[in-house]
Design a binder for this molecule. Structure first.
Ligand code: XBP
Ligand code: MG
Length: 234
């Protein structure tokens, strides 16, 4: 089937946001709330097994601070921590401190020129996506994407298929006419469960993962063109 849309994951795919964006933002939120929690680079890699910031905070507390979760206001605190984390993350990204990964800007440009539609399917908060796009590609860049599926618009985050199904419904396209670009096993599972042909652009946190089911596993998107992507499609 003709390739009609590219659906991009965000964190780890468009940019290496996890280690130097989300992680320090979580730590800043913990410090602001007087919590003696600190997520170093290595422990954060393990925590990435759980997608979604609020879900990741809850998971960490289950493992390392059960007293926190036993508090009657634990869910409120998680929401407050996450709001603070998002504020810190947006401040970092707005400063322009996180660049796009190699080849991302070129592929987006080629797709736009060729009339291949663009979409986003991510676990992260919607404002994080639009701010990253604007800070790296310019203020009009969020408008290049026909659909931005993000965060809590679906109840079940990746590896569930929900966010990809949400995006496909709004693109009014069958999965076979699209290609998902992901960086992680959780993301790949979500895309495959939605029936999407998928490729992986791996990064330091994900390069050891098993990417069975992907049409290609690439170190980055350098030299990736629409022609090379079309050649991968069944
Ligand atoms: C990345 C994630 C997110 C971010 C945090 O998802 O797992 O949880 O780390 O985002 P993806 P929030 O790779 O699908 O973009 O704190 O905004 O939830
Ligand atoms: Mg990702």
């Amino acid at each position: 089937m003709t390739l009609q849309a590219l659906i991009f994951d965000v964190d780890g795919t468009l940019a290496d946001t996890e280690r130097d964006g989300h992680r320090p933002a979580f730590n800043a939120a913990f410090a602001e709330h007087g919590l003696a929690w600190h997520w170093n680079v290595s422990c954060y890699g393990d925590l990435l097994a759980v997608t979604g910031g609020k879900e990741r905070i809850r998971h960490y507390a289950q493992l390392h601070d059960p007293d926190f979760l036993a508090r009657p206001d634990a869910e409120t605190l998680i929401r407050q921590l996450h709001t603070a984390k998002t504020r810190h993350y947006l401040a970092r990204v707005s400063r322009g401190s996180i660049p796009l990964r190699p080849g991302v800007g070129e592929l987006l440009g080629e797709a736009r020129q060729a009339g291949v539609r663009l979409a986003i399917a991510t676990t992260t908060t919607a404002e994080n996506v639009t701010t990253l796009l604007a800070s790296t590609l310019g203020g009009d860049a969020p408008g290049w994407f026909d659909v931005i599926g993000a965060g809590d618009v679906v109840a079940a985050k990746k590896p569930a298929a929900d966010i990809y199904l949400w995006v496909l419904e709004r693109l009014h396209l069958p999965a076979a006419a699209c290609l998902a670009i992901e960086d992680s096993r959780n993301g790949l599972d979500a895309a495959l469960a939605a029936g999407l042909p998928s490729i992986i652009t791996a990064n330091d946190y994900t390069c050891g993962q098993d990417f069975g089911g992907a049409l290609a596993v690439l170190p980055d998107l350098c030299a990736v063109t629409l022609t090379s992507l079309r050649a991968l499609l069944p």
